[in-house]
Design a protein around this ligand. Structure first.
Ligand code: ZN
Ligand code: ZN
Length: 413
């Protein structure tokens, strides 16, 4: 067969989480992503074989969480943007801390995390690198979070690996643009689901905060430390609320501001950060409880300062919890949404606060995925990063052959 290409997902094919894909083409073996799924217990991809290069699209743990494990096995060349390497380092350290607290083993230690930091090779959007074997790789912005990129490998055929993508401009990052390819490996998180219009969502979000603050309550916004917190801070900019920001998102914001080249408007984020209060102490937390808006991690309420705040506010029906992201089944925020309860370190308690959900997703919706795929003009499409890819099959088959591999399966393409 001419220029046989082999693909195997070690994780993250028919699921959202612990992504890892091995691509063999033109005598090269490339690993895209090596993530872990945080949870109780955390989940890991299958062990990776030795590869020529590792290519990480962005810092979210489900794409980058197991890099230290790779380094412990001797891997020394990991492509990532500079901000991805710095933020993932922060998340690796946090993962070790959480695993100690929760009592779950993680297959790497702090030495491996240190080693990982030295194994990154910086790559930049709109640039390319030679891979040898007459192949090169181009880097394109993925629009998902600051520093997220897609990899376009050009050899005997062209393969585009998207990682997570967003195709609309958000306040924090600019949209991804399609790139031409023969084989498109595309995330499919929102197959069959659409997002509300961003401008309408932002309006409803601010109107609902008005309502809660107007009745004398506090709005608690649990948000992921990486990117979602900063997007919310930008949405809150100019709204005039007394906002307090707690958790790891503070450090991530500082890193983002140190690397302004990955932001849509660094100036906006700087101004928005200057307009809110950062919690630095117990005293700060007490002040935050008397404020109007508390933005804090963790996004799924499985740990972090959010539980401290909720412990104080749970009996107040005037206050509210506004969820801003995806709720994994089994997470604390899912329990809150479905049963009005939260697990406080092993004890489930009723929460009297109002609960609302706002879809601030950083992933392309169903129709956006179809439009994006069509514009890349692929002959073949491999769908991954989804627990239900079926709704995309029919529309994508109108213009390409579609593959929906499962974890572990090796296939030629
Ligand atoms: Zn992501
Ligand atoms: Zn992801």
């Amino acid at each position: 067969m001419d220029n046989d290409i082999k693909i195997q997902f070690l994780g993250g094919a028919n699921e959202v989480g612990n992504a890892a894909m091995v691509l063999e083409m033109d005598g090269l073996k490339l690993l895209f992503e090596y993530g872990l799924s945080p949870g109780k217990p955390p989940r890991f991809p299958m062990p990776s074989p030795p590869v020529d290069r590792v290519m990480i699209t962005h810092a979210h743990l489900d794409h980058s969480g197991m890099i230290p494990w790779l380094c412990a096995q001797g891997t020394q060349t990991i492509f990532a943007t500079e901000i991805t390497s710095k933020v993932s380092n922060l998340l690796h350290k946090d993962t070790l801390k959480i695993s100690k607290m929760d009592g779950y083993a993680i297959p790497f230690d702090s030495n491996d995390v240190k080693e990982a930091q030295h194994s990154f090779i910086r790559v930049d959007p709109n640039k390319k690198k030679d891979l040898g074997e007459n192949a090169e790789v181009c880097f394109h912005s993925a629009g998902h979070i600051p520093g997220s990129i897609m990899y376009q490998v050009k050899g005997s055929r062209t393969v585009l690996f998207t990682g997570d993508i967003n195709v609309i401009d958000t306040k924090l990052v600019k949209a991804a643009k399609p790139a031409s390819c023969d084989i498109l490996c595309m995330e499919a998180t929102y197959a069959g689901r659409e997002h509300p219009k961003r401008s309408e969502l932002e309006k409803r979000f601010l109107d609902r905060i008005d309502e809660v603050v107007g009745r004398g309550g506090v709005v608690v916004i649990p948000a992921f430390a990486v990117s979602r917190s900063q997007e919310i801070i930008l949405v809150l900019k100019n709204a005039g609320y007394n906002v307090w920001f707690d958790g790891m998102g503070r450090k991530v914001s500082k890193l983002f501001l140190k690397h302004p080249e990955y932001l849509k408007s660094p100036d906006d984020l700087r101004k928005a950060m200057n307009a809110i209060n950062l919690v630095h102490s117990d005293h700060g937390r007490k002040l935050a409880l008397k404020s109007e808006v508390i933005l804090t991690s963790s996004g799924m309420m499985d740990g972090g300062p959010v539980l401290w705040y909720m412990n104080h506010l749970k009996d107040d029906p005037k206050s509210a919890v506004f969820l801003t992201g995806y709720q994994v089944p089994g997470s604390n925020s899912k329990l809150l949404m479905e049963k009005g309860k939260l697990d406080f370190y092993g004890v489930q308690q009723k929460v009297e606060c109002e609960v609302d959900y706002f879809d601030f997703s950083a992933h392309a919706g169903h129709n956006e995925l179809i439009e994006f795929a069509k514009a890349c003009k692929p002959k073949k499409i491999v769908l991954f990063h989804s627990d239900n890819r079926t709704p995309l099959l029919e529309p994508l088959r109108q213009f390409a052959e579609v593959y929906t591999p499962t974890n572990g399966e090796t296939f030629s393409i």
